[in-house]
Write a protein that binds this ligand. Structure first.
Ligand code: SF4
Length: 351
């Protein structure tokens, strides 16, 4: 925490342009100064208030007295290159907690994977993030600042953002939606709504709320199993919101929004990669506007499952395609990193 900061202070990255204008006015300045501040926050990517050289010094001081240090919202502690392609940023928060953000370059674009919580309460079997439960949810500013830090790292605005890091986005719904809107706002980061993907392990009320928002954000659902019994073995969330309830919410979502849902399906040898599982999956998705990402498991120490045979993966893919399900299969080897939502699901974006 910076000198003179209170733990209750908000981050400038938590504020909408309208809220920044109100803060600027509260400091006795004209509201149009807010545009300059936003420009520095998102375009110039100033790390400190005193770097905003065309903003009056009195306003900078007043804002610094009301809002957390810009670099203190999420300070880069460590940068780790992974698998020769992706970069993981370890970010320190004002209260000493740590989060991670992953940058994935692919061809001519960069995808940034953000965390939404410190830890996770959902304890999926294959995931290290859920091992110790959840410490707290991130603020909107702590989520937006991850993308700003990634942009600083790559030297330009990222092309895609995926909420597939640590935490369940719909367990932190309000902050996640506000952050996604700020990323999308042309006065904020200006990333297209369809380039922002919110991913859930199956929190049905979150899917229902998102359907009502009228936004163009993408929705991704971690399915991983075609039956309730199998899904419960992998994902405890299934005993809270059943597969039937999840699929009903997904059908309502597509009917209401006319948008496609992406289902993530991690193939685990002998567990969910058999022909009968492909048949069950086709039946489950029949008539639903969706695509499926098949992700061969990259074994991790947290989970006893084994990697599937590549021929079984190809057969699974071929069966889904033959039955009209828009499906992709990630074929190259995954990264050797700890398991998390990110590890299992990000691989679909590394094409
Ligand atoms: S996979 Fe995602 S939802 Fe499941 S425990 Fe990990 S972080 Fe939480």
């Amino acid at each position: 925490m910076g000198a003179g900061e209170s733990p209750m202070m908000d981050s400038a990255y938590s504020l909408t342009p309208e809220e920044i204008a109100a803060a600027v006015e509260a400091c006795g300045e004209k509201p149009w100064r807010a545009a300059q501040v936003c420009q520095w926050l998102y375009g110039g990517r100033a790390e400190r208030w005193d770097a905003m050289t065309n903003v009056p010094a009195a306003l900078r001081q007043a804002m610094a007295g009301r809002l957390r240090d810009l670099d203190g919202t999420a300070r880069v502690r460590e940068v780790a290159a992974e698998g020769g392609a992706t970069t993981k940023l370890l970010l320190g928060l004002h209260d000493g907690e740590m989060i991670e953000t992953v940058i994935i370059p692919a061809r001519d674009r960069n995808t940034v994977c953000v965390s939404s919580q410190v830890g996770c309460a959902f304890r999926c079997a294959f995931c290290a993030s859920g091992l110790h439960g959840v410490a707290r949810s991130l603020s909107c500013g702590e989520i937006v600042a991850q993308v700003v830090r990634a942009a600083q790292r790559i030297g330009r605005r990222p092309d895609n953002v995926v909420f597939m890091g640590i935490g369940e986005p719909f367990a932190n719904y309000d902050a996640v939606l506000k952050a996604a809107r700020l990323m999308n706002d042309p006065r904020g980061l200006g990333i297209g709504a369809r380039k922002i993907t919110i991913s859930t392990c199956g929190v049905v009320p979150g899917i229902e709320r998102l359907a009502d928002e009228g936004t163009q954000f993408e929705l991704s659902v971690s399915l991983h199993a075609p039956t309730q019994a199998l899904r419960e073995k992998l994902m405890p969330v299934a005993s809270q919101w059943s597969l039937d309830a999840l699929m009903a919410a997904c059908r309502d979502y597509t009917a209401q929004t006319n948008r496609i849902i992406t289902f993530e399906y991690t193939l685990v040898a002998g567990f969910n990669d058999r022909p009968e599982h492909a048949r069950l999956l086709v039946a489950l998705l029949r008539g639903l506007k969706c695509r499926v990402n098949l992700i061969p498991l990259n074994p991790v120490k947290e989970f006893a499952g084994e990697a599937p045979d590549p021929r079984d993966c190809e057969d699974f893919l071929a069966f889904l395609e033959r039955h009209g399900v828009n499906t992709t299969l990630r074929r190259s080897k995954g990264r050797g990193v700890n398991a998390s939502c990110g590890q299992l699901r990000l691989r679909a974006f590394q094409r």
